[in-house]
Design a protein around this ligand. Structure first.
Ligand code: SF4
Length: 71
């Protein structure tokens, strides 16, 4: 699957594509509650901790894999 993304200042951004091996998308609410270090590898523990995280619209989701580019 291609992930198109426009967040240019992310480490995983490459010319409007995401090149991360995996990404974690969750609700804004859970994204804000989790420490920065939580990513797709912890999906199962996040579900155990918060349950599944349905939302009402796309604007209520966030990419938890975002990491600011260091350059
Ligand atoms: S990790 Fe998220 S914010 Fe970063 S390029 Fe991929 S989709 Fe975009």
């Amino acid at each position: 699957m291609e992930v198109h993304c426009t967040v240019k200042n992310c480490t995983w951004w490459d010319d409007n594509y995401c090149i991360a091996n995996g990404i974690l998308i969750t609700s804004d609410e859970v994204g804000e509650a989790l420490p920065e270090r939580y990513d797709y590898q912890e999906t199962q523990s996040i579900v155990q901790q918060f349950g599944e995280t349905p939302v009402d619209s796309c604007t209520s989701t966030c990419c938890k894999t975002f990491a600011p580019r260091q350059d």
